[in-house]
Design a protein around this ligand. Structure first.
Ligand code: SAM
Length: 267
């Protein structure tokens, strides 16, 4: 793990009372391998409502640089299949080994529609800030849920909206910020509200939706993350979005969490 600045100082910067477990991780490690808003905060928010027990086989779909997989293996003593597309398995394997519990995390490089797993293999599936890239296709879960055992849970966290904007993108999201970056990217058309996700998932006969909610102050949490990142002296991967998120003031963007259990309906 990188350790260029006093870890204790930085712990203070990324400390969040709602995420006591995530708050114990080296902030430099999180900053260095981030691919979006603090995935450890979001994972802790998700799994507190999921049934995850030691020894379970968990699929972390779209794991990026495997931070959530490492967090799960360490915190819950589970085995994790860390699957991603943009990040190669070799790259993740190195990070997994460097972090420690390498015997319980298996890096896989596979596309979401062509997964190399046996049906009903997993006790649980999580997906952090990734499902919006393929799961807005109404038919996708018809394929994907089959990798889950009956009564196994699938939980996703996606960036989303407090209210549907239907193409009316707030002007401050389209404006160039002082950092040089523009917050809005075309693929954010995949962001939706909890009502949108609930409508979709409640139509699937093969799962029972256990919960579907938004993070009430998600826009502020995202801003808090961006501010911490901006303040840190790590090399920035993306230009800061502090300005756009401050202008939004938690009115539009947030995080959505959906958890469902596979039932006995076979399609
Ligand atoms: C914004 S990144 C988030 C990564 C990680 N979960 C995190 O929060 O740090 C989105 C991830 O989704 C993965 N992804 C997007 N489309 C995918 C697809 N079709 N199949 C598999 N993974 C996909 C990408 O490889 C990428 O790592």
């Amino acid at each position: 793990m990188s350790d260029t600045i006093g870890v204790n100082d930085m712990h203070h910067v990324l400390y969040h009372p709602a995420f006591p477990h995530a708050s114990t991780y080296n902030p430099y490690w999180i900053f260095e391998h981030q691919m979006g808003p603090n995935v450890l905060w979001l994972t802790e928010w998700l799994v507190k409502d999921m049934n995850i027990k030691p020894g379970m086989r968990i699929l972390d779909m779209g794991c990026g640089k495997s931070l959530s997989s490492i967090f799960l293996a360490r915190e819950f003593d589970v085995e994790v299949w860390a699957n991603d597309l943009w990040i190669q398995a070799d790259d993740n394997w190195k990070r997994i080994r460097d972090a420690g519990p390498d015997n319980r995390i298996f890096p896989i490089h596979a596309e979401a529609h062509n997964l190399p797993f046996a049906e009903e293999f997993f006790d649980g599936i999580i997906s952090m800030d990734s499902y919006q890239y393929y799961g807005t296709d109404e038919l996708y879960l018809g394929y994907f849920h089959k990798f889950l055992k009956q009564d196994g849970e699938i939980g996703i966290v996606v960036p989303g909206f407090h209210r549907e904007i239907n193409g009316n993108i707030p002007e401050y999201f389209l404006r160039k910020q002082k950092s040089g970056g523009v917050f809005w990217e075309w693929d954010m058309c995949s962001f939706h509200t909890k009502e949108w996700w609930g409508n979709l998932w409640n139509q699937y006969p093969f799962i029972d939706v256990l919960s579907c909610e938004k993070m009430e102050d998600g826009g502020y949490l995202w801003l808090e993350w961006e501010k911490a990142l901006e303040k840190s002296d790590v090399k920035k991967i993306f230009p800061s979005d502090v300005e756009a998120l401050e202008a939004d003031g938690n009115r539009t963007v947030t995080f959505i969490k959906v958890i469902a259990k596979r039932n006995n309906v076979r399609i």
